[in-house]
Ligand binder design. Sequence first.
Ligand SMILES: [Zn+2]
Length: 416
Amino acid sequence: MLPRQPTSPSASTGTINLDGGRDSPSPNLSRWERLFAPPMNDIVNNDNAVGTGFISPPLPSAPPWPLVGHTREVGFLQQAIRGHRVSHAYLFVGAPGSGKRSLAVAFAQTLNCQSATSDGHPRLTPCGACPSCHRITRGQHHDVLLLDIERQRELLAGSGRDADADKAARQRVISVATAHELREHISSRPYDARYKIAILGDADTMQDAAANSLLKTLEEPPRWAVIILLAANEGSVPATIRSRCQLISLRAVAREVIATALMQQGVAAAQAGLLAALAEGRPGLAIAAAGDAEAALAERNSALALLQSVIAPDALIADRFAIAARLATSYGSGPAGRASVNATLELWLMWWRDLLLVKSGHPELVTNPDQAAAMHTLAARLDISAIYARIIATQTTVGQLAAAVNPRLALESLVL
Ligand SMILES: [Zn+2]
């Protein structure tokens, strides 16, 4: 038998509030203060909460997992392991770069780690050195399957058929074939591990057919199964799937924690602080940017310079039209161009939010601390409602682009 109490899917699932229900923004906050609710909310309070709905902080006796931050989430999972209450299905929710995948991989390593403990209890942290830990790190463990849209594309593109290569390039959602693959993986006994684990990224892109296939697996999971779904947007995961998973919503990681991790990787203190601020609590983003910190900061500087030329009091209408046209052309040039324009708009949004923080007397919270002088100058010239209007306009444009509104029209209305 596996070290787990037999539980029905409905009894083993629900929503966990790691903070005892602290986190919903207060209704008394002003409209701009509400804008600064953490980008990744804590696990929310609701009627499905398991047990008391309150989970204590990480186990003091357990060593941390190889992650940047997320100590409460790790503590919750460690408590489940120690209490033999590992669920059949989890839904990890967090923005791209928040660390969902790293958390899932470390959880899988802990569950299947082969190193013995001195007290005979289940391991609460992966050893990182046994064959199982190594194979999971490399994505080569027989009993731990990682799937996402990128993996779908690789599998299709690797088939050698031109038609499949075309199909791979167009894939934007988790396919039925992937849901079937997950089901097949989970249905057979573990080969040489305690748990059969499937980690499914991009779970919020599933359409009905894939979700229905996955639902069958979630309704009757084998006792050895642990299915971990990863999603950026909880609301896009079908309710029937969500209700069968234990929800863990990743919190934003403290700026200092991310900066320290970057410095441990050899990033200079000043750059580490700036990249950590720009990551807005998402360690994965900061770590990716630190791979080429100079380029990441140059990209940020370029986006902000473009914004300055749009909002300069003496900016000509023709120049603003030209900037909108350039961005629209880039947006229409393919996935890389779309990503670049989205990144530019996100940086603009962060800059406007920073300006609002400066204007409302909280300059210590800005994500672009090196821009303080320019922000103070502009803050003196704009009132709060004007800054707030720019934030709303930028958010609207981001939404319009995602909704396939004509990019040129959407961008022109933003910069004019
Ligand atoms: Zn191990």
